[in-house]
Design a binder for this molecule. Structure first.
Ligand code: GLP
Length: 237
């Protein structure tokens, strides 16, 4: 595991964007696994800036996002599809048809989960997976539980996740209670993983994740077993 300490949130974003840019420049057909939440916003802004300067080309890139809220349409401002369009996809020359987010409005959720796994397999897997870290150690929406869920699945969000994400909604009642998330296996099968963590409030959970026992009670702890993990942390290492 490679640990990079960032001096500021801007430095964290720049370091993370550097790693993603290198991936795109060296392998223009890369499959990028992308994440939402507040942590990656600065990274996406940095990538957009470099794209605008002419230093990056997204035209051959394919993306698969980690997760989506159940019940939210892509046009809902708090859906992760909307987030990705706003923060990255609409701002660069990516082919929208090559951007993938689970369908939160799927009627048959189990079928949607199977479709998403087949899609990732048909793309040949993920070259670089970007991750944030939930306060309870979740990655994507893999919440603490008794076992590592391997494939894409529907998850009931934990109370702390609902509370943490309530800041983005008008009221906590509007936060969806369920989400579709890529499973641990899909994440762990990515060739490279880039975890970005910002803030004192994540120091303890990051420490547990990287140096504590590997346990589904701290889903991110599985990352210790990944052969190519880079962590960029600001005020959390
Ligand atoms: C959400 C997302 C995660 C993200 C986490 C942390 O629950 N599903 O993928 O890593 O929040 O978000 P933040 O970066 O805002 O702390």
């Amino acid at each position: 595991m490679k640990l990079l300490k960032a001096d500021s949130p801007q430095d964290m974003s720049r370091k993370a964007a550097n790693i993603i840019s290198a991936q795109i420049i060296l392998h223009p057909h890369s499959v990028l696994g992308l994440a939402t939440g507040s942590s990656p916003i600065g990274t996406y802004d940095q990538l957009v800036e470099w794209y605008q300067k002419g230093d990056l080309d997204f035209s051959e890139v394919t993306t698969v996002n980690l997760d989506e809220y159940c019940g939210l349409d892509g046009s809902h401002e708090q859906s992760y599809r909307y987030f990705m369009n706003q923060h990255l996809f609409n701002r660069v020359n990516i082919n929208m048809e090559q951007t993938h987010v689970p369908n939160g409005k799927a009627e048959d959720v189990a079928a949607e989960c199977r479709r998403y796994d087949s899609l990732i397999a048909s793309l040949g897997g993920i070259d670089l997976q970007l991750l944030g870290l939930g306060h309870n150690g979740h990655i994507g929406f893999n919440e603490p539980s008794g076992a590592f869920e391997k494939t894409t699945h529907c998850v009931a969000l934990g109370e702390s996740t609902i509370q943490a994400n309530a800041r983005f909604f008008d009221s906590i009642d509007e936060v969806p209670r369920k989400a579709i998330t890529m499973g641990i296996k899909s994440i762990m099968q990515a060739k490279k993983i880039l975890l970005i963590v910002n803030g004192e409030d994540k120091r303890d959970i990051l420490h547990q994740s990287l140096f504590g026992p590997v346990t589904p009670n701290v889903p991110a702890s599985i990352l210790q077993l990944h052969p190519d993990l880079t962590v960029v942390a600001c005020n959390a290492l």
